[in-house]
Write a protein that binds this ligand. Structure first.
Ligand SMILES: [Ca+2]
Ligand SMILES: [Ca+2]
Ligand SMILES: [Ca+2]
Ligand SMILES: [Ca+2]
Length: 395
């Protein structure tokens, strides 16, 4: 049974002949509880389906339930996130996941023995962040490595706007953004923009079209942001941090103009800002639904671009030339639209050549594709247990 909280209150009030919801329970036996007694911010439970008698409530996870063990009959989640019930103590044998939707739920089996209170649904079963590992590369890639340990790392945004740093060691993760990251509709990184040899993040604010630089601290975290684009960036359908295309060893940014399909190069400057843009693609770039600044894939010493063609699912290599992109070369003949997120974070395989990673929409698996050093990719191998789902971006 799922009954909306407030509809339930109204029905109860009507049954009691009360005119004010505030009087609910006033005429009933002592220690009467009601759904309305569950305070905002709490998960509550009763031992019967009419929410009378004593009420269990908690704001935090409970590995055991004491006298409430196997007693829950009716529950409601009024915490900001999810309540997860388990049929065994210590969060074993997961049973239910409940959002804060104002609904009560009947537990027919009376089998709940532990409750987890979490922010995102992922955390009912595991960490907020997905599984990621990488090998130590023999040389620094110059990008894809926020903490400078020559391991390709990943930044992941969860559904409530927190940012997690995944160093590539033992599948671990660390919180580096406590919230607010859902205000961005594009987040990219590729090397150092702020001129301190630490990799940075560039993010576009959806509401304002502003472009922000978050300087990397060199440990996976981010420092105080700096405005590098005062507005107008929402006119771009896509942005990609690229690496150095202009040949001055400074990281540059690429952007596709929504109205024209033109590809623009925004050169990084000595002060960590972006210089006057230069046209490097005269049109058609709106036909690409992913751009990835993959680094030097073909081994000629210049950074290259991967682009996915929306209409065909093909993956193309656009080799970097001096301040421009050369004739494209086919890398993947199709199927790449099934991989919603392409992540270019350097050399994860530990052979010194940049690689690619991609998440699969169908099964939530993460696939790793080793760069061949000649522009292409080897066969993909999957990593982890399909837990690259219920996230809001990875880069
Ligand atoms: Ca690293
Ligand atoms: Ca440059
Ligand atoms: Ca190249
Ligand atoms: Ca590699």
């Amino acid at each position: 049974m799922r009954t909306p909280l407030f509809r339930r209150l109204a029905a109860t009030a009507a049954a009691l002949g009360l005119t004010s919801l505030g009087l609910l329970g006033a005429g009933a036996a002592p220690a009467q509880a009601a759904v309305s007694d569950c305070p905002t911010g709490y998960f509550c439970a009763w031992a019967n389906t009419d929410s009378t008698g004593s009420m269990f409530k908690t704001q935090s996870s409970k590995a055991t339930l004491g006298t409430w063990d196997n007693k829950f009959r009716l529950i409601i989640n009024r915490t900001p996130g999810f309540a997860c019930t388990f049929d065994e103590p210590n969060y074993e044998d997961g049973a239910g996941r409940y959002g804060n939707d104002g609904y009560t739920t009947t537990i027919a089996s009376r089998s709940v023995s532990s409750v987890k209170i979490v922010r995102t649904i992922r955390e009912c079963e595991g960490p907020a962040y997905p599984y990621w590992i990488s090998e130590t590369s023999p040389k620094a890639a110059g990008f894809g490595d926020m903490n400078g340990d020559r391991r390709a790392d990943v930044l992941v945004r969860d559904l409530v706007g927190r940012l997690w740093f995944l160093p590539g060691v033992d599948g671990s993760g660390r919180l580096v953004g406590t919230g607010g990251w859902n205000t961005f509709n594009a987040m990219v990184r590729h090397g150092d923009f702020s001129r301190d040899n630490r990799e940075d993040v560039i993010a576009r604010e959806a509401a304002t079209g502003k472009l922000w630089l978050y300087p990397g601290t060199g440990t996976g975290g981010l420092g105080t942001r700096k405005l590098i684009g005062s507005g107008g960036w929402n006119t771009m359908s896509r942005i990609a941090a690229f690496g150095d295309l202009t040949g001055d060893a400074r990281s540059d940014l690429l952007a596709v103009e929504k109205s024209t399909g033109k590809l623009w190069l925004y050169p990084g400057t000595s002060t960590g800002t972006l210089g006057a843009r230069k046209l490097i693609g005269t049109g058609g770039w709106n036909g690409m639904n992913a751009l990835a600044g993959v680094g030097d894939m073909n081994g000629d010493g210049r950074a290259d671009l991967y682009a996915r063609e929306a209409s065909t699912g093909k993956l193309w290599l656009y080799p970097g030339k001096a301040g421009a992109l050369g004739a494209r070369v086919l890398v993947g003949s199709g199927g790449w639209n099934g991989m919603p997120t392409l992540i270019a974070n350097g050399d994860w395989s530990g052979d010194g050549r940049p690689d690619l990673i991609a998440t699969n929409a169908a099964d939530g698996m993460l696939y790793r594709y080793a760069g061949t050093g000649r522009g292409g990719l080897g066969a993909g191998d999957w990593l982890g247990g399909g837990d690259w789902q219920d996230l809001n971006g990875a880069f």
